[in-house]
Design a binder for this molecule. Structure first.
Ligand code: AMP
Ligand code: MN
Ligand code: MN
Ligand code: MN
Length: 281
């Protein structure tokens, strides 16, 4: 029997909208056999998700999506099969969340200076006690009538050179890889086609990533177009990387992304879950 994998998803513990219980249930309903919960810089949803997946008889891959600064760009690194009890990983992520907390307040101050007040309070309400990310600001600004879509808010307010943008230093690639490996996980570059890097820069990233022990890259992703998938598949084969596939699901508010409904990995790509490095057999 071929199993249905979805190795990238978010819950309310970061910027998704479903609780971990709702997320795992929705994945089960969608026919997913193996789901990775990979919230941004937190492991908070993993306990509830693991509990629900056991009840439903599906496999949960405990994961995380770590924010990394690399060559003045933000990139995302997935840790799959991490032990949530690992102190090194936990304290590394706690540092990132401290930065996120300060950044959220700073985004609120900057938007207020630009004439839009109350954003931090609004975003915090949407995060329901979890870390406040840019997505929560975007959702609040849409609800408050400042833009028509989350995408539009990012473009007008939350990216470089816009009033609510706060630059800052995440963790280094080397450190993120160390944390993941200390926790017994494997590291995968998230949505590599989204960084708009030249192919030589992307190859440099892969070289450094492998030097730190990273093994995989997402070839199929909810944020990759068909052309992106073809390009990433060929890079993955040429660089002898393992291939991963994940929807990057954030909740039903983005109806164009569905849990578990992913195109197959292109021929010649070695799936992460078939390698001897896969942490869950
Ligand atoms: P943060 O990690 O808080 O800086 O926010 C990054 C998150 O915002 C990503 O994981 C996406 O979920 C979301 N995001 C980033 N860019 C966009 C965009 N252009 N449109 C919609 N969502 C975006
Ligand atoms: Mn996100
Ligand atoms: Mn990401
Ligand atoms: Mn993601």
């Amino acid at each position: 029997m071929t199993l249905h994998y979805d190795l990238h998803s978010h819950s309310i513990a970061s910027d998704g909208t479903l609780s971990p219980v709702e997320l795992v249930t929705a994945a089960h309903d969608a026919g997913v056999d193996v789901l990775a919960l990979t919230d941004h810089d937190t492991l908070d949803g993993l306990l509830d998700a693991a509990h629900t997946s056991r009840l439903l008889g599906m496999q949960l891959v405990p994961g995380v999506e770590i924010s990394v600064s690399w060559q003045s760009q933000t990139i995302h690194v997935l840790g799959l099969g991490v032990d949530p009890g690992c102190e090194t990983l936990q304290s590394g992520l706690a540092g990132l969340r401290e930065f996120r907390h300060w950044r959220a307040e700073e985004i609120g101050r900057r938007l207020a200076r630009a004439g839009i007040s109350g954003c931090y309070t609004g975003a915090r309400a949407l995060a329901r006690g979890n870390i406040v990310g840019r997505t929560h600001f975007a959702q609040h600004l849409v609800a408050a009538g400042h833009a028509r879509s989350v995408r539009e808010v990012f473009k007008r307010f939350l990216v470089n050179n816009k009033p609510g943008y706060v630059s800052g230093q995440w963790t280094s690639l080397e450190a993120a890889l160390e944390w993941i490996h200390s926790a017994g996980g494997i590291a995968v570059i998230a949505h590599p086609a989204r960084y708009r890097m030249t192919s030589s820069k992307l190859r440099r990233l892969i070289t450094e990533f492998r030097a730190g022990g990273g093994v995989g890259m997402e070839v199929v992703s909810g944020s990759h177009s068909r052309d992106n998938i073809t390009a990433m598949a060929s890079l993955c084969r040429n660089e002898n990387m393992l291939a991963s596939a994940g929807s990057d699901y954030h909740g039903p508010q983005n109806p164009w992304i569905k849990l578990g409904q992913l195109p197959a990995l292109p021929p010649g790509c070695r799936p992460v879950w078939e390698s001897e490095r896969w942490p869950l057999q």
